[in-house]
Write a protein that binds this ligand. Structure first.
Ligand code: 23J
Ligand code: MN
Length: 263
């Protein structure tokens, strides 16, 4: 096949809808849920602000535009290796140096939404991933793996999304052995529908925050606050998630998209 024809079938199917484009991002704004760390430990990322510069008025008669106050790790976002101390020394571990080829890959969707509804502290283990592979097929190198928890249904309320009580946050995530197993398969990265890539209780795990610790140690990536994973098949979709090219950035909000074959 001629090089120029390789994408012709895809282009035709995008037009007919045989390949659907699914929006995997939530809306960014002042009500977007943001991570709350223990106040004694650390500083939090600030609330998102959208400031009007002009809207067809004295400050700009024919044009509308805004400026933003926006933390890198806000809303649906990408975690770069330099985000964590274990990944701090990779020259290609910043938002402006990661090879763009890594912003697109096949996605494996592990549906544990029923389990997460029954238990907000649900943890995905390596054994569960192996069982999923036995049913749906093996996870391949350079593929994304995402946990479907349907946590996006809570994103309208920060309180519901973070799900904090006096013991801390309660939200699902992976165990350390789960991330180790996925890294043994050479995945591109791991994604969650919760506030971060780790479970709410992950500060008490060994190592603390194993998704962050182990993924970024391996120069791999994270995706957080993904939406609409209920619209994806277990296998067969392609995920596109390109962070802004922030200079030495540690992460970035993304408009995450999935290409999904229909019929
Ligand atoms: C900073 C400190 C701890 C965590 C995080 C950020 C995230 O989840 C994040 O957005 O990467 S756990
Ligand atoms: Mn992050």
């Amino acid at each position: 096949m001629a090089a120029r024809d390789v994408l012709a079938d895809l282009a035709a199917k995008l037009i007919t809808g045989e390949v659907e484009v699914v929006d995997l991002s939530g809306t960014l704004g002042p009500d977007t849920p943001l991570l709350k760390l223990p106040p004694d430990l650390a500083k939090d990322t600030p609330k998102i602000e959208i400031h009007k510069i002009s809207e067809y008025d004295k400050d700009g008669p024919f044009w509308a535009w805004n400026w933003l106050k926006l933390g890198e790790h806000s809303g649906t976002h990408f975690d770069a290796p330099h985000h964590w101390i274990t990944g701090k020394d990779y020259p290609d571990g910043y938002t402006d140096t990661i090879p763009v080829r890594n912003f697109i890959g096949p996605v494996n969707v592990i549906d544990k939404s029923a389990e997460c509804a029954a238990d907000p502290d649900f943890l995905l283990t390596a054994g569960m991933v192996r069982e999923w592979e036995a049913e749906h097929g093996e996870i391949g190198a350079n593929e994304w793996v995402v946990l479907r928890s349907d946590w996006d249904r809570r994103a309208h309320s920060e309180a519901e999304f973070l799900n904090m009580d006096d013991k801390g946050p309660h939200s699902p995530g992976p165990t350390a052995d789960c991330i180790e197993y996925l890294l043994s398969k050479n995945i591109l990265g791991w994604g969650s529908q919760c506030i971060g890539t780790d479970a709410g209780c992950a500060g008490g795990m060994e190592p603390p925050f194993p998704a962050h610790n182990l993924l970024h140690k391996a120069n791999r990536y994270g995706l957080a606050s993904l939406a609409n994973l209920d619209r994806l098949p277990p296998k067969g979709a392609i995920l596109i998630a390109a962070p802004l090219k922030i200079q030495r950035g540690t992460g970035s909000p993304v408009r995450a998209l999935a290409l999904v074959p229909r019929g």
